[in-house]
Design a protein around this ligand. Structure first.
Ligand SMILES: [Fe+2]
Ligand SMILES: [Fe+2]
Length: 305
């Protein structure tokens, strides 16, 4: 497709890079879902259905979990999954704006441009899907702390290149690992299994796109730039991971918030789950020179390493 312009565009985008986007567009054309028709939104929720697999509950493996009634566990996992979904919506809004800004006046003939817009359309459906799932489970919105919400506002307005796509990749990877378990969870609610399946399929393309964009933007980048990007992505990961489950979920399940938070902080099972599920992402970051010493220290604080 060389006749559409020079081989390299604004950020050194080559026709080989565009082939990646072309394949992703083909995949999107054959395997995409409409959650409005794919999910049975009217089916009643069984009283004993968990919001997420118990092993993914922040309290699983603690003494408090053993003391809880089955009803409290069901309530807690529903609030936890809705809190994570709401964080997902928040982050999808941030990334839609970053991708849209990034594509401003780029060549509409390129596959990169078209895939980027396809991704925005996916995210738009995802956010509506998560909003409906939370409404169905009867869980009200959990908002990030005010300072974090403002930091997100700044990030979405200014982050670009490898920093923007790094933040996107981290959010997508973290959610992906959990949702692969949720979509198969035997005692997990059908709406959570269904929405997770849709998300996992469509996000696998987004993650490929983000990895490609990161490699592309970092081509020829020196150590200082990689260090800055690596640290920025780690800070974004810290914010995402520490905002996922809102502290309000414990009171919603009739638990003492301070005790619950203390048990979550000391929960070795939780830390092991986070570490295992971050392995793939950490390998990619290391490969691209984005895992410097200060980034590693940040990832350690949220148990991703
Ligand atoms: Fe999404
Ligand atoms: Fe995505």
């Amino acid at each position: 497709m060389a006749h559409f312009g020079t081989a390299t565009g604004i950020h050194g985008h080559t026709s080989a890079d565009d082939d990646v986007s072309k394949r992703l567009l083909d995949s999107a054309a054959t395997l995409s879902y409409d959650p409005a028709t794919e999910i049975d939104w009217d089916a009643p929720l069984p009283a004993d259905g968990y919001g997420l697999n118990p092993e993914w509950s922040t309290l699983y493996g603690t003494r408090l979990w053993d003391e809880m009634t089955e009803e409290q566990r069901v309530t807690l996992t529903r609030h936890e999954v809705c809190s994570i979904m709401t964080t997902g919506i928040w982050f999808e809004m941030i990334l839609q704006q970053m991708v849209l800004r990034d594509q401003y006046l780029k060549n509409p003939a390129s596959a990169e441009f078209r895939f980027a817009l396809t991704e925005i359309a996916d995210e738009c459906r995802h956010s509506i899907m998560f909003a409906r799932a939370c409404e169905k489970m009867g869980v009200p919105q959990y908002r990030p702390a005010a300072a974090i919400a403002q930091a997100g506002r700044l990030f979405k307005a200014t982050a670009k290149g490898e920093l923007a796509y790094g933040g996107i990749l981290v959010a997508e990877e973290v959610l992906d690992v959990m949702q692969r378990d949720w979509m198969r969870g035997e005692n997990v609610l059908d709406i959570v299994r269904g929405t997770s399946r849709i998300h996992v399929v469509e996000e696998s393309r987004h993650m490929k796109f983000a990895r490609q964009e990161i490699r592309e933007r970092l081509r020829g980048a020196g150590r200082a730039r990689r260090r800055a990007a690596g640290t920025g992505v780690a800070v974004a990961a810290f914010v995402i991971v520490s905002s996922m489950v809102h502290r309000g979920v414990y009171a919603a399940a009739g638990l003492d918030t301070e005790r619950a938070l203390a048990e979550v902080r000391a929960n070795q099972h939780r830390k092991a789950m986070m570490r295992t599920s971050s392995g793939h992402l950490m390998a990619f970051l290391a490969e691209n020179g984005l895992l410097n010493r200060s980034a590693t220290a940040v990832y350690r604080r949220v148990d991703m390493i």
